[in-house]
Ligand binder design. Structure first.
Ligand SMILES: Nc1ncnc2c1ncn2[C@@H]1O[C@H](COP(=O)(O)OP(=O)(O)OP(=O)(O)O)[C@@H](O)[C@H]1O
Ligand SMILES: [Mg+2]
Length: 393
C-alpha cells in the first residue's frame, strides 16, 4: 500500500478555515444571538452594538463568522434582506475610509477606491442600504487598530450612527471585536458607556476544551490513527499554557504533522510535537541547564533519554527513576532518594522544562505522569551529555 502521509485534508488546519462547529461556546453564541434577535422580529426599529472580547486565539473571529452565517439564514427565512459583513480593521491599518470602502464594495463592486472621505463613504453606504432595503451587521474585527488610528471622534460617530438617523429605518448594527477592553479607556465617557452595555466575553480555553477542539480538528484533517489521544493531550497542554490559545494548538498540530511527513512517519509522534514547539518558541536556554546540579542534570538526562527511546507522550515517575538509576550507574554515582528527585521534578516543572499531570489511579494510588512538552528529547540529551562530559573530564 502506498503511504501518502499523515494528512487527509491539511486545509482544515489553515488559519482562515472556519470550522463547521464551534465547540464550548454555546452560552456565548446564544448571548450573541439574543442581542440580535430583534433582527428576526422587528428589523429596522432598532440597531445594536456589541463588543466581543477575549484573549488571543479564544475564538472571537470564528465565533462571529459562524454566528454571521447562522443569523443570515435565519433572517433570510423571514424574507428580510440581510448581509453579515466581517472586516478586519488591521488589514486596512485601522483606516476608516478604507474599511468603509470595503463594505460599500459588497454592494457596489466598482465604487472608486480613492477620492472620498470616510463620512462621504458612510453616507453612500446608508443610501445604498436604504435603496436596496437591506440590513447589515458590520463586524469590525481587531477594532483596536481603528481606535488607535482614528481616535475617539470617529468611533463616537460610528457608535451614534443610529441617533443621527432619528426617525429613519435603522439598517446598520455593529459587532466590535477586541482582545482587551483597555483601548476603550481612550474613548470619551458616553461612547464608553454605549459600548460597555453589551459585552460577550470569551474566557481562555482550559485544557479539556482544547482537547475537544483539537480532537475535532484531527478527525477532519488527519488520516485515521495518525494522531494519538496522548499527542492531542500534549498539544492541548501546551496551548493551555500559551494563554488557552486554540490557534497555537492548531498550528502545533499542523507543524507536528509536517515533521511527521518529512520523516515518512506513520504517526505524529511526541518528538515531532517538541520539534514543532521549539521551532515556534525558544526551547530551554543553555544557561538554564548549565546552572543545574550534577544529579539534576542526570535526572533530566534520564527524562530526555526516556522520551528519545519511547514514543509515549508521558513517562511515569517509576519509569523516570529507573532511567535515572541506569544513568547513575553509568557515571558511577549513588542515586539520590525519591524525595530529593521529587523536588527536582517540581523544579523542572517550575522552570517550564517539563510538565506533570496526575495519571489514572493504579493499585498503588494516583501516579504522576511526566511529559517533555517543548524541547526535542534528542536536543536535550545532546546538550546534557556535553555538560556532563565536561564535569567528568
Ligand atoms: N470553539 C472552537 N471550536 C473550534 N475551533 C475553534 C474554536 N475556537 C477557536 N477555534 C479555532 O482556533 C483558531 C483561532 O480562533 P480565532 O481566530 O477565532 O481566535 P481569535 O480570538 O479571533 O484570535 P485573535 O485575537 O488572534 O484574532 C481558529 O482556527 C479557529 O477556527
Ligand atoms: Mg481574530
Amino acid at each position: 500500500m502506498s503511504y501518502n502521509g499523515v494528512f487527509k485534508d491539511e486545509s482544515r488546519l489553515d488559519i482562515n478555515y472556519l470550522p463547521t462547529c464551534i465547540l464550548h461556546r454555546d452560552c456565548e453564541s446564544r448571548l450573541l444571538l439574543e442581542f440580535f434577535s430583534f433582527l428576526t422580529r422587528c428589523p429596522g426599529r432598532m440597531a445594536q452594538r456589541v463588543i466581543v472580547t477575549g484573549d488571543v486565539g479564544t475564538g472571537k473571529t470564528a465565533l462571529c463568522q459562524t454566528f454571521g452565517k447562522y443569523i443570515s439564514i435565519e433572517i433570510g427565512k423571514k424574507g428580510t434582506k440581510f448581509r453579515y459583513i466581517h472586516v478586519n480593521c488591521r488589514e486596512y491599518r485601522g483606516n476608516l475610509a478604507q474599511i468603509l470602502h470595503q463594505v460599500v464594495t459588497v454592494f457596489q463592486q466598482n465604487f472608486p477606491a480613492r477620492g472620498f472621505s470616510a463620512e462621504e463613504i458612510l453616507k453612500t453606504l446608508l443610501q445604498i442600504l436604504e435603496e436596496e432595503q437591506v440590513f447589515i451587521i458590520l463586524t469590525l474585527d481587531e477594532f483596536d487598530s481603528l481606535i488607535e488610528k482614528e481616535g475617539s471622534d470617529t468611533v463616537y460617530k460610528l457608535t451614534r450612527l443610529q441617533e443621527m438617523q432619528q426617525g429613519k429605518t435603522q439598517r446598520i448594527s455593529f459587532i466590535f471585536i477586541q482582545r482587551s477592553l483597555e483601548s476603550l479607556k481612550n474613548l470619551d465617557d458616553s461612547t464608553q458607556s454605549t459600548l460597555q452595555r453589551n459585552i460577550v466575553n470569551l474566557e481562555r480555553y482550559g485544557c479539556e476544551s482544547l482537547v475537544d477542539i483539537l480532537t475535532d480538528r484531527v478527525k477532519s484533517a488527519f488520516e485515521l490513527a495518525t494522531v494519538s489521544e496522548d499527542v492531542v493531550g500534549l498539544i492541548a497542554e501546551l496551548a493551555c499554557t500559551e494563554t488557552g490559545n486554540a490557534r497555537f494548538g492548531i498550528e502545533l498540530l499542523w507543524r507536528s504533522g509536517k515533521y511527521a511527513d518529512a520523516r515518512d512517519a506513520q504517526q505524529v509522534e511526541p518528538e515531532f510535537v517538541r520539534q514543532a514547539v521549539s521551532a515556534i518558541i525558544p526551547s530551554v536556554k543553555r544557561s538554564e541547564l548549565d546552572d543545574l546540579g550534577l544529579h539534576e542534570k542526570m535526572l533530566l538526562l534520564a527524562i530526555a533519554r526516556f522520551f528519545k527511546e519511547n514514543k509515549e507522550a508521558y513517562a511515569t515517575l517509576a519509569e523516570t527513576e529507573e532511567a535515572y538509576s541506569v544513568i547513575c550507574e553509568e557515571y558511577d554515582e549513588e542515586p539520590y532518594s525519591h524525595t530529593q528527585l521529587w523536588k527536582y521534578i517540581q523544579y523542572f516543572k517550575q522552570a517550564g522544562i517539563i510538565n506533570t499531570k496526575v495519571g489514572s489511579t493504579t493499585l498503588r494510588g494516583r501516579s504522576t505522569m511526566i511529559s517533555l512538552p517543548s524541547v526535542p528529547a534528542k536536543e536535550l540529551e545532546q546538550q546534557l551529555y556535553k555538560l556532563l562530559t565536561g564535569v567528568f573530564r
